[in-house]
Every structure is written in C-alpha cells, then in structure tokens.
Design a protein around this ligand. Sequence first.
Ligand SMILES: Cc1cc2nc3c(=O)[nH]c(=O)nc-3n(C[C@H](O)[C@H](O)[C@H](O)COP(=O)(O)OP(=O)(O)OC[C@H]3O[C@@H](n4cnc5c(N)ncnc54)[C@H](O)[C@@H]3O)c2cc1C
Length: 149
Amino acid sequence: MATFEATRPAVGAQALGIARAAYEYSLDYAKERKQFGRAIIENQGIAFKLADMKTQIDAARLLVWRASWMAATRTPFLNGEGSMSKLFAGETAVRVTEEAIQILGGYGYVREYPVERWHRDSKIYTIFEGTSEIQRLIIARAISGVHIR
Ligand SMILES: Cc1cc2nc3c(=O)[nH]c(=O)nc-3n(C[C@H](O)[C@H](O)[C@H](O)COP(=O)(O)OP(=O)(O)OC[C@H]3O[C@@H](n4cnc5c(N)ncnc54)[C@H](O)[C@@H]3O)c2cc1C
C-alpha cells in the first residue's frame, strides 16, 4: 500500500496529460468555430466551461506535483496525498474530456477528431491503480485513523 501511494502521482500525471490535451484542443476549436456570426468562445456558456477546465487542471497539477515531491523526498503520506493526486487528476480528466466533447459538438463525438478518444482513454484513470472509491477509502482512513470500510 505504501508503494502504491508513491506510484499514484505518476498515474495522476498521465491523466493530467490527457486532460490538458483535451483542454488545449477545445480552446483552439472554440476560438476558431463560428456559429450565429461569432466564435463560440464569445458565449459565456462555452467560455465558462473552459475556465472551469483550466482551473481543475491546474488544481490537479498542484496535487500531482505535491505528491511527486513527497515521493521523491520520501516524505510520509500522512493524509493519503498520493491517492488524492490520482483521484483528483483521474476524475478531472473524465470531466474535462467530456466537456471538450460538448464544446466540439458533433465533431467531439466522431472519430475524425481526437476528443472522443481522449474521453475513452481518461475513464481508465478512475478504475486502475485503485478505483476512485478505493482512493476515497484510503484518504478517509488516513485522515480519520478509523478503519472505514
Ligand atoms: C485496462 C486495465 C488495465 C489494468 N492494469 C492493471 C495492472 O497493470 N495491474 C493490476 O494489478 N491491475 C490492473 N487492472 C485491474 C484494476 O486495477 C481493477 O480492475 C480495479 O482495481 C478494480 O477491480 P475490479 O475490476 O475487480 O472491480 P471490483 O473490485 O469488483 O469493484 C467494482 C466496483 O465496486 C467498488 N468497490 C469495491 N470494493 C469497494 C469498497 N470496499 N468500498 C467501496 N467501493 C468498492 C469499486 O470501486 C468499483 O466501483 C487493470 C484494469 C484495466 C481495465
């Protein structure tokens, strides 16, 4: 379990890379795509999605960096910080890639564009190297000292 805590930040970093790709692609697309006489990013409904995506990605990155630093310096993970990084980065990747599909509309759903692939790829990060439920279990046990089931 201690080993997993130290390897999870690297898995979180992978998820983060997928989220970042989807964010950057959909940001470029939103500036380029015109509907009803203006770029779709000029609508708050689209711009706010991108603001949330960027905020969540940056938060996930900071959790990954913290846990990576702890692993590299052999600092004890007293609050499940390794699990936190993987949990948040994995779920961020799922949310961000789904929003990227929405921003591309029909092109988000078809295989001619890379975004639907990123969404499928992201989903494994809530399952392997410990599911999201198990990450929450580890964090809850660490912060409470209670053997929560
Ligand atoms: C593509 C892929 C690659 C993989 N690579 C590896 C690998 O390299 N090495 C490796 O060892 N494994 C690997 N796995 C296995 C992966 O780690 C497991 O699928 C994962 O741990 C979940 O186990 P499970 O599928 O048996 O689901 P289950 O344990 O049956 O869980 C099913 C659901 O119940 C939930 N659940 C189970 N127990 C609890 C509990 N106590 N509290 C709350 N919720 C609970 C789970 O979170 C999940 O949502 C891989 C899986 C896939 C799909």
